[in-house]
Design a protein around this ligand. Structure first.
Ligand code: ZN
Length: 324
């Protein structure tokens, strides 16, 4: 069969979806994510890495378009799409890991993918079709009409929201066009790059917690998408240069400040530890004192991979002399 545009349109319309608890279209969501990144020039070569931008956009679509009761992570479609019969999505193994991919092991966790897979790539012909706006739109339309027909306006709105552009950074001019977010190589250290890195980190961390404060669970998102939480580093970036998401936690302004000043820490069971005998609080009667959160569990991201790193939390407790 000729692998022309019609062939690929038929393929995106007949993707495998999990029908266990109603249709959960993770493969369509992943393709939508990849098509968007190609459209935005974040993906310029036929190599799809597990970058923060890929994860962030996938989470954006998943949170809006899939049933909330079953929130598989990106690894599921990233892996299983390569296992369909006659796949157009392929995985390129890391050197030395070829045998793992050939063995048929399930790599359906992000950690496993990162260990074994360098990147995914599409059929060359499909990637070529995605370079042209006309054929790309045909593919996106087929995908959206088949899988998200009842949510058309939502998809359109989501595709118009660039998670990396809605930030302004004080060191940048207004409306500055951010460089490609996929270029997250910390070795490049000019000011603009640092701003992008920082913005991407914060944006993605906050996304993982669905814009909620992990401490008090407050969530406020304004009409212009500004919101009340920060993506905080557990171990300070300036010192540790650690931008992994497990070194991040989403905190509202008050609790970010309190965390950075050691008023509280978090134990290895993800419970809040208030520094004892340290805070003298007074507040209106309807506001909860910080000290009342002692021993309460923090809010965690859906995916265990992104839980705060226990070593980073231990570092924070030691740094601020808070016993667990
Ligand atoms: Zn808070």
């Amino acid at each position: 069969m000729a692998k022309d545009l019609n062939y690929y349109i038929r393929r995106v319309k007949s993707l495998r979806v999990n029908t266990n608890k109603g249709v959960t279209p993770y493969q369509p969501l992943l393709l939508l994510t990849v098509f968007e990144l190609i459209e935005r020039n974040y993906i310029q070569e036929n190599r799809i890495y597990l970058t923060p931008s890929l994860i962030s956009i996938f989470v954006k679509y998943r949170s809006q378009l899939s049933p909330s009761h079953y929130q598989a992570d990106l690894a599921q479609p990233f892996f299983f799409m390569s296992r369909s019969s006659d796949p157009f999505w392929h995985l390129s193994p890391k050197s030395g890991r070829e045998v793992v991919l050939e063995s048929g092991s399930k790599l359906n966790r992000i950690k496993l993918l990162r260990e074994n897979v360098e990147y995914a790539y599409l059929d060359e012909a499909l990637f070529d079709y995605l370079q042209s706006p006309i054929s790309r739109n045909a593919l996106i339309s087929a995908l959206v009409e088949t899988w998200f027909s009842s949510q058309l306006s939502k998809v359109e709105k989501l595709m118009g929201v660039n998670p990396f552009k809605s930030f302004t950074y004080s060191g940048l001019e207004k409306n500055y066009e951010l460089p490609l977010a996929s270029d997250l190589d910390i070795a490049q250290s000019d000011v603009i790059f640092d701003a992008v890195r920082d913005t991407t980190f914060r944006r993605n961390v906050v996304n993982l917690y669905n814009y909620r404060c992990s401490f008090c669970q407050l969530r406020i998102v304004a009409g212009d998408e500004s919101n009340i939480v920060d993506g905080a580093h557990i171990k300070p970036f300036a010192k540790f240069k650690d931008d992994s998401y497990s070194n991040g936690i989403s905190l509202c302004k008050n609790h970010h400040w309190a965390f950075d000043h050691g008023w509280f820490s978090i134990n290895s069971d993800y419970r809040i530890l208030i520094k004892q005998g340290w805070l003298d609080e007074d507040a209106p009667s309807d506001l909860r004192f910080i000290q009342e959160y002692h021993n309460q569990e923090i809010l965690l991201p859906h995916d265990e991979e992104f839980f705060p790193d226990l070593n980073a939390l231990a570092w924070h407790r030691t740094e601020w002399k808070i016993a667990s």
